[in-house]
Design a protein around this ligand. Structure first.
Ligand SMILES: Cc1ncc(C[n+]2csc(CCOP(=O)(O)OP(=O)(O)O)c2C)c(N)n1
Ligand SMILES: [Mg+2]
Length: 369
């Protein structure tokens, strides 16, 4: 089914025939829920003309969201290079399949907790592009009034509770949200994204232990891009597959190809269903790759060029586009999706940058002691 030449761990499924036998449109029943919640200035526009065929529509929505993430991050990179955005910026270009695939399996009321590399997670969950860009650019109209910046995004209106610069620090927070869902009987699922670097930390293991013990409705999504800052995972641990840790705690785990957005979505959907039904946590390890350095400005000399070229072939946005072309979507439709996404991002950035900067007098505002 997939485009020729792709190597994948878990190929694209034929439309309407996911692994568990249920149909795609039925599986995506949560999307209308998301649409309602994120309608204003959101990446999802149900009023679009081509959104009548639910099969095709949802695929194009996924593609659109991937393009929004890609275009947004490319814009951030451009603004950073031009000196219009300050601070430490970590881009996830190349990792869109993980964020978009995961959030496509969630409901608007579900919770997401991100990392230092979380623009994609916030956009995939439905964050407002202008407020997000304003936050990254230190504007007072940003999600955190411009005081958080790229690493501390919070868009609670769409369930993106927080990102954090503390590696693995978000995992216990996701457990806390999951526990609150249980005590209030709300059936919300909590997702914690984290990288392979988090697997060597205490909070990671403590969280897996507690999530399993208390059967919390949490989905642990490990974005294994093979690097921890400037060194390969092999310099940090002998454990190659982070999913192996889950078995110690009797947590069901799967490893998926992050270049295949539908494979990620299917794996996370199973995990979300398990959590929502009260059957506890799951672990989804997504094999992925960042096409940029660790941070913007990182020359990334620690990586082999051949490695980068290999992963470029697996670029999740290009791969999904090829998949859609192969299943009958026209090249014009694909171009239109990309162009619209880029136009939305350009508009959002223009407005955000015209907004007033964060007010230094408000530096200690919103701080609770
Ligand atoms: C507790 C903690 N220790 C160290 C750091 C420094 N640090 C920032 S990013 C990073 C690497 C994280 O690697 P990984 O979890 O694989 O995520 P990736 O950057 O690959 O997305 C480290 C060690 C930190 N932010 N927090
Ligand atoms: Mg990593």
């Amino acid at each position: 089914m997939g485009p020729a030449g792709d190597t994948r761990l878990d190929g694209f499924r034929a439309p309407g025939s996911y692994g568990n036998g249920s149909s795609r449109p039925g599986e995506r029943s949560s999307w209308p829920d998301r649409h309602v919640a994120v309608r204003n200035d959101s990446p999802v526009r149900p009023e679009r003309g081509h959104m009548t065929d639910s099969e095709r529509t949802t695929d194009l929505e996924i593609l659109e969201r991937m393009w929004l993430v890609r275009a947004f991050e490319e814009k951030v990179s451009e603004l950073y290079a031009a000196g219009r955005v300050a601070g430490l910026i970590h881009l996830g270009i190349g990792q869109e399949g993980s964020a978009v695939g995961t959030c496509a399996a969630l409901r608007s009321g579900d919770y997401v907790f991100g990392t230092h590399r979380s623009h994609a997670h916030a956009i995939a969950k439905g964050a407002d592009l202008r407020k997000l860009m304003a936050e990254i650019a230190g504007r007072s109209t940003g999600y955190c009034k411009g005081k958080g910046g790229s690493m501390h995004i919070s868009a609670p209106d769409v369930g993106f509770i927080t990102a954090t610069g503390v590696v693995a620090g978000n995992i216990p927070l996701a457990l806390g949200a999951a526990l609150s869902s249980v005590t209030r009987n709300e059936k919300r699922v909590s997702v914690a994204f984290f990288g392979d670097g988090a697997g060597q930390s205490g909070p990671f293991h403590e969280s897996l232990n507690l999530a399993a013990l208390w059967k919390l409705p949490v989905v642990l999504v490990c974005e294994n891009n093979g690097y921890v800052e400037f060194s390969p995972l092999s310099a940090h641990t002998v454990v190659e597959r982070l999913a192996d840790y889950a078995s110690v705690y009797s947590i069901p785990a799967v490893t998926v190809d992050g270049g295949d957005v539908l494979a990620v979505e299917a794996a996370v959907r199973r995990a979300v269903d398990t959590a929502r039904e009260g059957n506890g946590p799951s672990f989804v390890e997504v094999l992925t790759h960042r096409l940029r350095g660790h941070y913007e400005g990182d020359p990334a000399r620690y990586r082999k060029l051949s490695e980068r070229d290999e992963w470029k072939q697996k670029d999740p946005v290009a791969r999904f586009s090829r998949h859609l072309l192969g299943s009958g979507v026209t090249a014009e439709s694909l171009d239109e999706v990309e162009a619209e996404a880029r136009a939305m991002v350009a508009r959002a950035a223009e407005r955000a940058l015209a907004d007033p900067p964060a007010d230094p007098a408000d530096a200690t505002g919103d701080v609770y002691v």
